[in-house]
Write a protein that binds this ligand. Structure first.
Ligand code: ADP
Ligand code: MG
Length: 391
């Protein structure tokens, strides 16, 4: 029997990859008059223009990796921007897709969709299952599993600056396991290879799309939703679906490769003043905005090549550390609405999206020997490390 110490043997290939950013404009709703008048329109498949509030005679033009107009279908977005990312998973590289934008602009429609018009999540899961089935063989065996979590309310320092400390006793758990809602306030940790882990989070193997639905559909009912004046079922939380693809070789397994896909339906980025939120709702909305604010700071820091990236300032960005500027291929889908009532929220989304597209990720492929599986490696517990927020 071998007496050698557990060793870490990794093989990495660094290929810089940009964060891809696309914008989706949902069809207009309402009367088409007054506050419902459209203020955004597509120019071509990469750009759009929006009225300039400083000068009514002018417009501002924004350009992205892709622009999807009001007539774009779920299929168009999936095939144009999402499907091309999935093969990275089979190569052992992480990928993530974030839907950003104000409540009512189409994030959930894009990510989840409806039974008639399925969105990114069901399409991606179906294809990943098919791709792993097709790729199995020649001694390789693939398995797919899922976890589903929600980040409900932030308890970061930034949050404490915004609200009186006594309000914190109402603080609701941060990382909630949607597959097992009794598990809340789960920690987020980082292993030696800088992989982000959520110990204790339920993980279910999925062998078929029916398996996936049997876990995912009931879990969606566990999501925290509340109504605001803007949207009857406005989501006040960030929902993160993690799909893990593992590949093992031979029997007994001699090498193992794992990658994850994060599919994120972010909370609404709207401005409290417009939604008329008050009390607890306002507190939730403030916390959500804080985490999105940190997300924006992370993107800024990455763009500027700063040595310190403030990932730890919120749970959301800590969880996304290996998705933005880390080792993953990332796509941000900024959802916007055409109506004038959304004007400033649309500008915020476009400016966030315009910054994000400057981020350069460095994905790598990592193969790990079985004796040093991530779950067995010592982890650095970062849950006790206080957030570092600069005022
Ligand atoms: P969000 O999740 O950003 O709050 P939703 O996805 O709930 O927004 O969208 C708000 C409403 O607009 C929903 O009724 C949704 O069905 C509709 N909607 C959003 N995007 C589209 C689209 N591209 N085509 C048709 N309807 C859409
Ligand atoms: Mg939603």
């Amino acid at each position: 029997m071998s007496t050698k110490q557990p060793s870490r043997r990794t093989k990495s290939c660094q290929v810089p990859a940009r964060v891809r950013v696309c914008v989706r404009l949902r069809p207009g709703v309402g009367t088409g008059q007054g506050q419902d008048v459209p203020c955004v329109r597509g120019v071509d498949s990469h750009s759009l223009e929006i009225l300039n509030w400083r000068n009514e005679m002018a417009t501002m033009k924004y350009e992205f990796d892709a622009f999807y107009g009001e007539t774009a279908t779920q299929h168009d977005i999936y095939m144009g921007s999402v499907r091309p990312m999935l093969h990275h998973l089979l190569e052992g590289q992480n990928a993530s897709i974030l839907a950003y934008g104000p409540t009512g602009a189409g994030k959930t429609h894009t990510m989840l969709g409806t039974p008639d018009q399925p969105g990114v999540i069901p399409r991606a899961v179906r294809d990943i299952l098919q791709m792993t089935r097709d790729a199995s063989g020649d001694g390789w065996k693939y398995s797919v599993s899922m976890s589903y979590l929600e980040i409900y309310q932030e308890k970061s320092e930034a949050f404490r600056h915004h609200f009186h400390l006594s309000q914190l006793r109402f603080a609701i758990p941060q990382v909630l396991d949607l597959l097992q809602p009794s598990l809340h306030d789960l920690p987020i940790r980082e292993d030696r290879n800088h992989h982000i882990l959520v110990p204790g989070l339920t993980q279910r193997e999925i062998r078929s799309f029916t398996d996936f639905e049997s876990h995912f559909l009931p879990a969606n009912c566990n999501r925290t939703v509340a109504s605001t004046q803007l949207n009857q079922r406005s989501s006040r939380s960030h929902a993160v679906l993690l799909v893990r693809v593992s590949r093992s070789e031979g029997w007994p397994p001699s090498a193992r490769r794992a990658a994850k896909l994060c599919l994120i339906d972010l909370a609404g980025s709207e401005d409290n003043r417009r939604t008329g939120n008050k009390g607890l709702r306002l507190k939730e909305s403030g916390a959500i905005n804080t985490s999105l604010f940190v997300l924006s700071k992370v993107v800024d820091a990455l763009n500027q090549g700063l040595p310190r990236i403030p990932y730890r300032d919120s749970k959301l960005t800590r969880l996304l550390q290996d998705s933005l500027g880390g080792t993953a291929h990332s796509l941000i889908i900024a959802n916007i609405a055409p109506e004038k009532r959304y004007y400033f929220d649309t500008l915020t989304s476009l400016n966030f999206a315009a910054k994000s597209k400057e981020v350069v990720n460095k994905p790598f492929t990592q193969e790990t020997l079985p004796e040093i599986e991530a779950s067995k490696r010592p982890c650095e517990d970062i849950s006790s490390v206080g957030p570092e927020v600069k005022k």
